[in-house]
Design a protein around this ligand. Structure first.
Ligand code: PAF
Length: 256
């Protein structure tokens, strides 16, 4: 049975009572899919105990409408947590996570301003701040992040290093639908025709000879392209994309 904890204080009490057992942590915003499931499975294999958090973090949404439309699927999320032997599901409220009303934040000054950070001002401040707060409460030995959000993963790795966090950040490969579309909670907001066309994002990324060729091919689909850039992050050279399929902003990346 998965224990559902709502308050930070209760989570800290639970954490202190666990002694030397290793803790794996999967932070999410819910609307769980097979991509999240792969994070939970690896956490289960590598640790004595697994904690999942579900918190739709308002500080990382620069667009209020995007926050309002973020899918919430509590019942099926709980089933997935139980199926994957999650020990604790932490689901706090905004007031619990931000008793300071977000007066204190973590801010990175370089990579967080590019790619998604360029189009979504303040997004990564919100991500880093909530992840740091969650880490303080959970005190995980390992935390798991998908490579679909590669920029987020790199920034969290950088933060863990910069602040000497005692937590290993484990990257997990992107999980794709059979047709190649990267799994994302936002996919559920696509219309039937948008969903049929969306796998072209991955095909174009994979098969284009340059970022400008990819951009042109994406635009030919009738989509508005926020960016396509080739970037070296750490030791990995990748092609990154953010594209608006109707009202839904999707991101993906491939190793070059
Ligand atoms: O990737 C996500 O779901 C979120 O950005 C995260 C890491 C849970 C922080 O809110």
């Amino acid at each position: 049975m998965c224990l559902v904890i709502r308050s930070p204080q209760e989570l800290q009490t639970w954490r202190r009572s666990q002694g030397p057992q290793s803790i794996g942590f999967v932070p999410t915003m819910g609307a769980l899919h097979e991509g999240h499931q792969s994070l939970l499975q690896i956490s289960r294999q590598q640790n004595d105990l697994s904690i999942l958090s579900i918190f739709v973090n308002p500080t990382q949404f620069n667009d209020k409408r995007d926050l309002e439309k973020y899918p919430v699927t509590w019942e099926s999320d709980l089933k997935m947590a139980e199926k994957n032997n999650v020990d604790v599901l932490f689901a706090p409220t905004f007031e619990m996570m931000y008793p300071d009303q977000y007066q204190y934040k973590i801010s990175e000054s370089d990579l967080s301003k590019e790619l998604c950070g360029h189009d979504r001002p303040g997004h990564f401040d919100g991500v880093l701040t909530v992840v740091m707060r969650l880490f303080q409460l959970v005190q995980p030995d390992r935390a798991y992040f998908g490579e679909k959000d590669f920029q987020q993963l790199a920034l969290i790795q950088g933060m863990a290093k910069a602040f000497f966090l005692n937590c290993e950040i484990i990257p997990v490969p992107t999980v794709r639908e059979a047709d190649g579309l990267a799994m994302s909670s936002r996919n559920s907001r696509l219309s039937v025709t948008e969903r049929e066309k969306a796998p072209r994002i991955y095909n174009i990324l994979k098969n284009s000879r340059s970022s400008s060729e990819a951009q042109q091919q994406l635009e030919e689909q009738g989509w508005s392209v926020d960016y396509v850039h080739d970037r070296l992050i750490g030791s990995s050279k990748r092609r990154f994309v953010a594209v608006r399929v109707g009202e839904v902003r999707l991101i993906d990346n491939v190793e070059l």
